[in-house]
Write a protein that binds this ligand. Structure first.
Ligand SMILES: Nc1nc2c(c(=O)[nH]1)N(C=O)[C@@H](CNc1ccc(C(=O)N[C@@H](CCC(=O)O)C(=O)O)cc1)CN2
Ligand SMILES: Nc1nc2c(ncn2[C@@H]2O[C@H](COP(=O)(O)OP(=O)(O)OP(=O)(O)O)[C@@H](O)[C@H]2O)c(=O)[nH]1
Ligand SMILES: [Mg+2]
Length: 453
């Protein structure tokens, strides 16, 4: 079935040097013929050749002088016959161009529809399509590099490698199941167990690489929490190196949460300064405290600030769930110490901690380093591939299914069960690459792209 011809502005709205309008779908070059005048008919000029010409409205009036290029079917971004018109910047000419194309029979592209067509036509897989979005959204060199690696297919290759190993093992086990009379069997249980163990190790390796890639793209949320007056807002200012939040000697200064982002070693850190947590009669402060507790629940990392010049009083925040990552910050180390690192160790055993002065900046860079290290939990920011939460979810389920296969094998539950677990694992990897993606999933993924991509 021939797809409709779609069009959209591919560059950002607003003033700029050049604005590019994209068109894709069978017959789009003859559509452009009707509005673009050049020495040679557009649809007859060589493919991928930039031709100079003029754009005309239906009544013939000229509205821009542009460059235009056509791509042949099978040799374009979408895989379809497509074209680009490079107008003068400023939204007006490009918008006119899109309108004229629509008047001639094209329709406005939906968000991500060009990339969706590239996927549907097999030019790229789903992991690569998601990497395109990653490149657009990247906010640091490291995040950009991780997405570019994914787009080039290095993540895909690793997933395919895993799928191949799964297939080999499945095939060996199936032979055994089909020809049980062959005695010894094609593969011993010991060998299968060994291979399953390797597979689950490989899943774990991929997962740890992915987590850092995902963090690079999405960043981490770190909430600064603590009792009033310990120096939370001062810490926010020190981390941002600007006077963003109000700091006073009066406890209860911060009423509402403040969010800002800084980037350290390529990792965007969203930092949230919250109201000091204490029991309070003040209605506004109480709302602030509730917001602090909410920020705490939503954060990836808790930066728990303690005033080391005061003795560690009753902790009003209470312990965190074991899954929450936490860094204990002993602030005001420029003042005489009343709470020591040993006191902190007693209160929060095994928790990473650091002594700083938000006032004079001592230890602030070390703290940034510690935040990034804690967020990545040992992983590194370089070399990883950018992935989405969806892809991580698929990999996690793959690992679970592989492990279930291992358990089924050990407890002698029969090859049938082992095989169905392995089939589940393969299924997860195949949905990671979008080999059997539902329309609903595609709508969700491509819907988050920008129009024109
Ligand atoms: N002007 C312009 N710039 C752009 C794009 C575009 O579509 N137009 N891109 C897109 O958003 C990106 C480049 N990505 C592209 C990827 C593949 C093909 C393409 O035509 N692929 C064919 C032919 C490959 C070849 O010539 O080697 C293919 O895969 O068959 C084009 C662009 C970024 N810059
Ligand atoms: N000497 C010293 N004073 C500090 C340091 N950090 C913060 N202060 C002072 O401590 C007081 C409280 O600082 P804030 O940053 O407003 O504290 P907060 O935790 O945000 O307080 P609330 O918003 O009320 O919860 C101010 O007078 C700061 O100047 C530090 O490292 N050393
Ligand atoms: Mg404050």
């Amino acid at each position: 079935m021939a797809e409709e011809i779609i069009t959209a502005l591919a560059t950002a709205w607003g003033e700029g040097g050049i604005a590019i309008v994209r068109v894709s779908g069978e017959g789009c070059a003859s559509l452009v013929d009707k509005m673009f005048r050049a020495k040679k008919r557009f649809s007859e000029q060589p493919a991928r050749y930039m031709a100079l010409g003029t754009l005309h409205a239906k009544d013939g009036t000229l509205f821009d002088e542009v460059l235009a290029v056509r791509f042949e079917r099978g040799n374009s971004y979408t895989g379809e016959e497509s074209a680009e018109i490079h107008c003068h910047g400023g939204a007006l000419s490009a918008q006119r161009c899109v309108e004229e194309l629509c008047a001639l029979g094209a329709r406005m592209a939906l968000p991500g529809e060009f990339t969706r067509r590239a996927f549907v036509n097999g030019r790229i897989n789903l992991a690569q399509a998601e990497a395109v979005a990653g490149i657009i959204k990247a906010r640091s060199d490291e995040a950009l590099a991780a997405s570019a690696r994914s787009l080039q297919g290095s993540f895909t290759e690793q997933i395919r490698g895993l799928m191949d190993s799964l297939t080999e093992l499945t095939a060996a086990l199936e032979v055994d199941l089909d020809f049980p009379e062959e005695g010894e069997g094609f593969i011993t249980d010991g060998e299968s167990a060994e291979r399953i163990k390797k597979l689950s190790g490989r899943c774990e390796e991929l997962l740890s690489g992915c987590r850092s890639g995902m963090l690079l793209r999405d960043g981490v949320r770190a909430a600064i929490i603590g009792r009033p007056n310990v120096g939370k807002s001062s810490l926010l200012n020190a981390l941002l190196a600007e006077n963003r939040a109000i700091v006073t000697a009066t406890p209860g200064t911060t009423r509402d949460s403040i969010e800002e982002t800084f980037i350290y070693k390529g990792l965007p850190v969203r930092i949230i300064d919250t109201a000091g947590i204490r029991a309070t009669e003040d209605e506004i402060e109480a709302i602030g405290v509730r917001r602090s507790l909410k920020s705490m629940a939503e954060a990836d990392i808790i930066l728990r600030v303690i005033d080391s010049s005061e003795s560690a009083a009753e902790d009003e925040i209470g312990p965190l769930s074991a899954e929450k990552k936490q860094i204990v910050i002993l602030n005001k180390n420029d003042l005489p110490t009343r709470t020591t690192e040993a006191d902190v160790e007693a209160l929060f055993p095994g928790c990473p901690r650091i002594s700083i002065s938000a006032a004079d900046g001592t230890g602030v860079d070390e703290l940034k380093e510690l935040i990034v290290r804690t967020a990545l939990s040992g992983g590194s920011v370089s070399g990883g591939c950018s992935v989405t939460a969806r892809q991580v979810e698929c990999l996690l389920r793959t690992k679970e299914a592989v492990e279930a296969a291992g358990e089924a094998l050990l407890s002698d539950l029969g090859d049938d069960l082992v095989l169905s677990c392995l089939a589940e694992a393969r299924g997860q990897l195949s949905s990671l690459l979008g080999l059997d993606a539902s329309e609903e999933l595609l709508d969700k993924i491509f819907g988050s792209f920008c129009v024109g991509k």
